[in-house]
Design a protein around this ligand. Structure first.
Ligand SMILES: NC(=O)c1ccc[n+]([C@@H]2O[C@H](COP(=O)([O-])OP(=O)(O)OC[C@H]3O[C@@H](n4cnc5c(N)ncnc54)[C@H](O)[C@@H]3O)[C@@H](O)[C@H]2O)c1
Ligand SMILES: [Zn+2]
Ligand SMILES: [Zn+2]
Length: 360
């Protein structure tokens, strides 16, 4: 099959013909229909987050079940699915206390004694975050897929695989924004726009979008932003504090920078909560002014929107079909697998919401 392989950090992905294994017990072979290019792929491509190489990147996808291995009862050939990197075992402490997205059980991958899912024993290719979506097929554990209704368009479904689940989930699951609360979202990419959309669904009274690209701020209004701040022109902290008479109840950082994570904390009102969604590079420290904790301000992280994706994703599909999740506007362009490097490079300028790779 054709796949985009990262062989060396900071080098373009190469389009190669590689092999994949047959589905073993509890494994599913999915034919990839669409895969979004998320900023997290870029963090691994440019080495901000180290990963074993070579690897096939990609983790935001939807497709059709091609074959199932022994003991798979959840799906059958022909079912439409969205993938999620949050593979859950179902029996560890995190899973049993309802924190499925924090499960770290190694049993969801193949071990070193088995044939790898990608490549072969002599020349293995690492599977990226349980998925490796930049490939015509994905051989995955059955606990990385959510079954969806067949009338949901799969290009838009793919976005639910990461960006939407992460952004909406950060608002409704991690921060639990309540109706009437004020919200600021810093960074209006695929994740930030989804957080804005999530805040609108949650009933936030004011949703302030912060970005440096004017077109992104215009787009943010379509997703539910009531106010916008261009951080290139004004001090984002001052602007948000002024608009909300002292700061927001909830802020979300959806970029992955020290500076904007600190801004998220500083734009809170007393008792407010900042949620960092962005992947801040390994080794980077975030600094907060200690006395501000006396104001009961909170700073927390969010991993994949604290999801329970098999429950969440079909609900998000319904939201889209009802017109409440604006997935059509999230797709800036549809590209081919061969153009994956353009899709990654476009993330440096902030001009696109999402590039989506369409497979034939
Ligand atoms: N926590 C998780 O589970 C999780 C999941 C998915 C993605 N992420 C991370 O979320 C972040 C956002 O992902 P994305 O795909 O939406 O990225 P993106 O590149 O599409 O969007 C980033 C946006 O931030 C804007 N921006 C950049 N610098 C800015 C600044 N200083 N001030 C204001 N705006 C600025 C850009 O113009 C762009 O619109 C990334 O770090 C990604 O790795 C985290
Ligand atoms: Zn992602
Ligand atoms: Zn578990």
């Amino acid at each position: 099959m054709k796949a985009a392989v990262l062989r060396e950090v900071n080098k373009p992905l190469s389009i190669e013909n590689i092999s994949h294994g047959k589905p073993g017990p509890r494994e599913v072979l999915v034919r990839t229909v669409a895969a979004g290019v998320c900023h997290s792929d870029l963090h691994f491509q440019n080495g901000a987050y180290p990963y074993p190489l070579p690897a096939v990147l990609g983790h935001e996808s939807a497709g059709v079940v091609e074959a199932v291995g022994a003991d798979v009862r959840y799906v059958k050939k022909g079912d439409h699915v969205i993938t999620c990197l949050s593979a859950f075992c179902g029996h560890c402490e995190q899973c049993l206390t309802g924190h499925l997205s924090l499960c770290q059980e190694p049993e969801l991958q193949r071990d070193a004694t088995q044939e790898p899912r990608l490549g072969n024993k002599a020349a293995p290719i690492a599977q990226f975050l349980n998925l490796s979506s930049f490939a015509e097929y994905m051989l995955v554990h059955e606990h990385t897929i959510a079954k969806i209704r067949p009338d949901m368009p799969l290009d838009r479904a793919a976005l639910i695989g990461c960006g939407v689940t992460t952004g909406v989930g950060a608002v409704i699951h991690t921060a639990k924004v309540e109706p009437g609360a004020t919200v600021a979202v810093i960074g209006c990419g695929g994740v930030g726009l989804s957080a804005i959309n999530g805040a609108a669904i949650a009933g936030a009274s004011r949703i302030i979008a912060v970005d440096m690209v004017p077109a992104k701020l215009d787009l943010a209004r379509k997703f539910g932003a009531t106010d916008t701040v261009n951080a290139k022109d004004v001090d984002a902290i001052e602007a948000v504090r002024e608009m909300t008479s002292g700061g927001v109840h909830y802020s979300f950082e959806a970029i992955g920078l020290k500076k904007t994570a600190e801004q998220a904390f500083k734009m809170l009102r007393r008792g407010g909560t900042a949620t960092v969604i962005g992947m801040i590079p390994v080794g980077t420290m975030v600094e907060l002014h200690g006395p501000e904790f006396l104001q009961e301000r909170r700073m927390q992280g969010s991993n994949m929107g604290s999801n329970r994706f098999r429950v969440d994703m079909p609900r998000f599909v319904e939201f889209y079909l009802q017109g409440r999740l604006h997935l059509d506007d999230l797709i800036s362009r549809r590209i081919k697998l061969e153009d994956v490097n353009d899709g990654l490079n476009a993330l440096y300028t902030g001009e696109v919401a999402r590039s989506v790779i369409m497979f034939e």
